[in-house]
Design a protein around this ligand. Structure first.
Ligand SMILES: [Zn+2]
Length: 284
């Protein structure tokens, strides 16, 4: 892993622990991915900001430092205020640092189940949502129409899938990986609900997907590949359990050769097998 990638993981997923915290972040980049819709950040973490006729909508402020860079990026393009901040999900590596937008009067929106996490592990850098929704929420401010969709738990308990219907664009955070295994030991992933959700996303009307990490935008093939990985992982583990094999006899050596070339296969595949074993054996 090169220096850039180490920094990306540090900044985006783990929030800078230990010695890496003194290093500079990777460069901030801002790309207009559709008319008035901007992806801003770096591979370690990406926000969206959308310019509306009267104001700006932000998705995922990331952290205090990134939110400052994001605010400056918006100001370079428009002097409109940020009126709304939407949280993609409850994980703090995406939603710290919103105070800079609260100070200018922004409304904060999240799916209502995020509140459970905010109560469970309070974080001083997370601004509590002022508006919550249950199944769907439409934000129509005269510019790109924004539809927030909730498909139940999957990665976390309160993941919002965002649909920009006119642009045929989605914003999907953390659920998609491009020729790379999903993160680590699958923290806060519910495997069955993840597959169910990914298949529901496949049914939406879209061409491209903006993301919260790695490359800013991908096409539908990345979603299809992610579904295939999860399905193959779960089907293959279930087959061994159904055949009466003890998980402790196969967890270490189970293999899916098709995915050996994906990044982090050597590091994380065993952990994924173990997570799926617990899914089927204890119903988690
Ligand atoms: Zn997450």
């Amino acid at each position: 892993m090169g220096r850039f990638n180490i920094l990306a993981v540090c900044l985006g997923l783990l929030g800078c622990i230990g010695g890496a915290s003194a290093q500079l972040p990777p460069p901030f980049e801002s790309i207009e991915i559709a008319k008035d819709i901007h992806s801003a950040g770096n591979p370690g973490g990406r926000s969206l900001w959308i310019e509306m006729p009267e104001s700006v909508v932000v998705f995922d402020p990331m952290n205090v430092r990134a939110a400052k860079a994001l605010r400056a990026d918006i100001a370079k393009n428009t002097d409109k205020p940020v009126s709304h901040v939407v949280y993609s999900h409850e994980h703090y590596d995406h939603i710290r640092g919103g105070q800079i937008f609260a100070d200018e009067g922004a409304i904060f929106i999240a799916q209502e189940r995020c509140l459970d996490t905010f109560d469970y592990v309070p974080d001083p850098d997370v601004v509590a949502p002022t508006v919550t929704y249950v199944e769907t929420y439409t934000l129509d401010l005269g510019g790109p129409q924004i539809e927030l969709l909730y498909f139940g738990r999957n990665h976390g308990d309160c993941m919002t899938i965002t649909h920009f219907p006119e642009e045929r664009l989605l914003f999907v955070v953390d659920l998609l990986t491009e020729k790379s295994l999903p993160f680590g030991s699958l923290p806060d992933y519910y495997p069955g609900d993840t597959v169910r959700t990914l298949k529901a996303i496949q049914e939406l009307d879209f061409d491209r997907i903006a993301r919260g990490h790695s490359s800013p935008i991908v096409d539908r093939a990345v979603l299809d590949e992610t579904v295939a990985y999860w399905s193959d992982l779960m089907t293959s583990v279930k087959a061994r359990l159904d055949a009466g094999e003890s998980p402790f006899s196969f967890m270490e050596k189970h293999d899916l050769p098709h995915y050996r070339t994906w990044r982090n296969y050597d590091r994380w595949f065993k952990l994924h097998v173990e997570r799926v074993v617990w899914h089927y054996t204890i119903g988690w």
